[in-house]
Design a protein around this ligand. Structure first.
Ligand code: EPZ
Length: 422
């Protein structure tokens, strides 16, 4: 296993090019199961979760030819419908093959994704929605066994909670259903929007794209002709590097992004005193005289994203005053708190609310352990400003969602190196 060794206190400077969005690429790769032709995709992020999903699709019969961030993928010859435990346990987003496989083949077996470090993360809303569309769902020895006679039937689905992959699964299932599906209380994330846009380009009748009410008229199991597309930029990766600029109080430019996808994140930087320059495909953050404390409540897009909560908590340890972070989406997304406390941070937890009493330069480097993807990035950010040496262990979590993070940080002046555990 690898770890990252960081010697803190370097000022950063320069620019970072952002990769394609992992959370857009995952549903889009799964959606090729719906395609009547091979699909050319560009700007694919080079991260472990994408490799995992491609391995799963390959096991189902998908063929693909990948050249770094470009891929030609052909799922027309998919002939298996079982997503096995060994794959799903490593990446719960494998659940995204459930909707397309069931809609196309009328049956599939997908291992129930276990919980993960950030919470139990059930998929009950996905399953309830598919049952409303005529599927029979059984749970057998840890597998979801889904079947339907003929095509799924269009239905009106009202999600009790906003679910990103739940919305994506039902959009894909509805594409091949018979009749119209209306999703009420749909997720509006940019990644959901891109999935809808790709299907619209393939000729699927979709209304309400980007709203919380989406209507899809199914093709009654007729596969659809996908056009080539480019994955949208990763707004969370972009936010994470802006946090690197913020926590080290440096001027950093983030390129190849869609600034409006970061509105809620940029507003919080400005609340903390940082100047932000928005340009067409880039954002620049400038140092502030002193970092103000901040109050954050995570919510669905376009509100402040849960995937940025840990990173802002690291900045809050450097602010002059008391910050509050309220994590409303996941019941256990504070795994980074104990590690930040070990670095000297003053953080109190009370249920879903973290109270951070910030003091500039209070962090001291030590050995810390990553527990989940975004928590890991928060520990790296803390290491950038801590005195002494910080070693972040179990960084396979980081590799799931960040493409060459240490290289991108090194290129803007961080003293960071990847090493092998002895
Ligand atoms: C997606 O996860 C993202 N993953 C997550 O990013 C992100 O944190 C999350 O959305 C919230 O924005 C991908 O897109 C691959 P949800 P997802 O279903 O779809 C509850 C990262 O760091 N819920 O929107 O699994 C659930 O427990 C990852 O890249 C149910 O109760 O999240 C949570 O409290 C981490 N039943 C809330 O809804 C269900 O059937 C939102 O979950 C489904 C969800």
């Amino acid at each position: 296993m690898d770890y990252l060794e960081i010697i803190g206190k370097n000022k950063l400077s320069g620019s970072v090019k952002i990769s394609g969005a992992k959370n857009a690429a995952l549903p889009l790769l799964a959606s090729t199961i719906l395609s009547s032709n091979e699909v050319k995709i560009t700007n694919l992020p080079n991260v472990a979760d994408i490799k995992t999903l491609l391995k799963l699709l390959g096991m189902l019969g998908t063929e693909y030819d990948q050249n770094n961030t470009d891929i030609v993928i052909d799922s027309t010859n998919v002939n298996k419908t079982t997503a096995t435990y060994d794959i799903v346990k490593t990446m719960r987003a494998s659940i995204l093959v459930l909707g397309p496989l069931l809609a196309r083949f009328g049956h599939c077996e997908v291992s129930l994704p276990g919980g993960c470090a950030i919470g139990q993360r059930p998929v009950d809303l996905h399953l309830k929605a598919l049952e409303l569309m005529g599927a029979k769902i059984e749970l057998k020895s840890g597998y979801i066994v889904a079947t339907v006679d003929g095509a799924l039937k269009g239905a009106t689905i009202v999600f009790d909670k906003v679910t990103v992959t739940g919305t994506e699964n039902i959009i894909m299932a509805a594409t091949l259903a018979e009749g119209k599906t209306t999703i009420v209380n749909a997720a509006k994330e940019p990644e959901v929007i891109q999935l809808c846009e790709i299907l619209l380009d393939a000729g699927v009748q979709i209304k309400g794209i980007g709203t919380n009410r989406i209507e899809i008229v199914g093709t009654n199991k007729k596969l659809v002709p996908f056009k080539p597309f480019k994955i949208i930029p990763d707004r969370i990766e972009a936010g994470t590097y802006l946090c690197a600029g913020a926590i080290t109080n440096s001027k950093i430019k983030i390129e190849n992004i869609i600034p409006l996808h970061l509105d809620a994140i940029l507003a919080k930087f400005e609340e903390m005193g940082y100047k932000i320059l928005r340009e067409e495909n880039s954002v620049t953050i400038f140092p502030t005289k002193h970092i103000k404390p901040v109050n954050i409540t995570t919510t669905e897009y376009p509100g402040f994203p849960t995937d940025m909560q840990a990173q802002f908590m690291a900045i809050a340890t450097m602010a002059n005053g008391v910050s509050i972070v309220d994590e409303k989406l996941f019941e256990n997304r504070f795994m980074h708190v104990s590690e930040l406390i070990r670095m000297g941070a003053n953080i109190a937890l009370n249920g879903t609310v973290a109270t951070i009493t910030g003091t500039p330069n209070q962090l001291i480097g030590t050995d810390v352990m990553a527990t989940d993807l975004r928590a890991s990035s928060a520990l790296v950010l803390a290491g950038l400003v801590a005195s002494n040496i910080t070693k972040v262990h179990r960084i396979y979590h980081l590799d799931r969602g960040y493409d060459k993070l240490e290289n991108k940080l090194k290129n803007i002046g961080a003293n960071i190196i990847r090493k092998k555990e002895n």
